[in-house]
Write a protein that binds this ligand. Structure first.
Ligand SMILES: NC(=O)c1ccc[n+]([C@@H]2O[C@H](COP(=O)([O-])OP(=O)(O)OC[C@H]3O[C@@H](n4cnc5c(N)ncnc54)[C@H](OP(=O)(O)O)[C@@H]3O)[C@@H](O)[C@H]2O)c1
Length: 249
């Protein structure tokens, strides 16, 4: 018989940024299904965040919501304070909140660039710093960053976003190096998972036609990858692609 050594998620406190909607919601519910208590962060989606918390409670978890505007990275540590006040110190952090602005190297302004980097790169960095500082002695922690498989084959029209996500990839490796052995830091790189906000299913289905696995991912395979990275205690600095093989074409 093979004994698998893994980090037990049951009874832990997890923080999920952007946990009220779409990918973040699924990750929050995945954590709740695995027995963790969840702090569901939101910015504008107060009602969907409350709905997510109710769904997590139905799964048996303690679940609370809290709003932080992560366009200001100096507030990222508030996530950890709010979670700690309501649920106790977190030992899991999933950085999923992000913008998805449309710009190119030709038209991006310095202001746009800074806004994208503050939300999509600086806030995950400073949330992770606060998480590491607050982690209780003798507790192992794990961070999963949500990145984009297109950091290796950049979009033509989401320039500042994909450069910031490239920063998330490097941040994942640098933080894994610096925060070990107590904290593991990994990432999941998403491909065609859901149509972007405002686009219908046909948009994603059209993109998926090009993929080796010829389908839209949906959020379940993302949740499976996040849980696996959280549980596997000999993996750090890894970036797992969940993209239907999209990186091959
Ligand atoms: N969907 C895909 O197929 C796909 C593909 C590649 C990568 N990804 C990555 O996967 C993650 C989730 O994607 P998604 O499509 O589910 O995201 P989404 O629908 O675009 O939602 C963005 C999330 O970020 C939060 N957010 C936006 N601005 C914020 C701010 N100023 N402060 C705090 N939070 C803010 C939103 O919170 P509120 O709604 O509460 O405002 C929301 O939860 C992102 O990191 C994205 O880059 C997704």
């Amino acid at each position: 018989m093979v004994t698998i050594r893994e980090m037990e998620l049951h009874g832990r406190v997890g923080v999920v940024t952007g946990g009220g909607v779409r990918v973040g919601r699924s990750i929050a519910l995945g954590l709740a299904s695995a027995g963790a208590d969840v702090f569901i962060h939101y910015n504008r989606s107060a009602d969907p965040a409350e709905e997510t918390a109710a769904m997590a409670r139905d799964l048996g978890a303690r679940a609370v919501v809290g709003s932080v505007d992560l366009s200001d990275p100096s507030r990222a540590g508030d996530l950890i304070d709010l979670a700690t006040e309501q649920l106790g110190p977190p030992s899991i952090l999933v950085n999923s909140a992000s913008g998805f602005p449309t710009d190119t190297i030709g038209d991006v302004t310095l202001g746009d660039w800074r806004r994208t980097f503050d939300l999509t790169l600086a806030s995950p960095v400073f949330a992770t710093q606060a998480f590491a500082n607050a982690l209780e002695d003798d507790v192992e922690g794990a961070v999963v960053n949500i990145t984009d498989v297109r950091t290796h084959s950049p979009y033509r029209e989401h320039f500042s976003y994909i450069v910031a996500k490239g920063g998330i990839d490097t941040f994942t490796r640098a933080a894994a190096l610096q925060l070990g052995p107590r904290i593991r830091v990994n990432a999941v790189a998403l491909g065609v998972i859901l149509p972007p906000p405002g686009e219908g299913d046909a948009y994603a289905t059209r993109l998926a036609e090009e993929l080796p696995l010829a389908k839209v991912g949906g959020t379940e395979p993302v949740v499976a990858a996040v849980l696996s990275l959280l549980e596997n205690d000999f993996v750090t600095g890894e970036i797992v692609r969940v993209d239907g093989g999209g990186h091959l074409v």
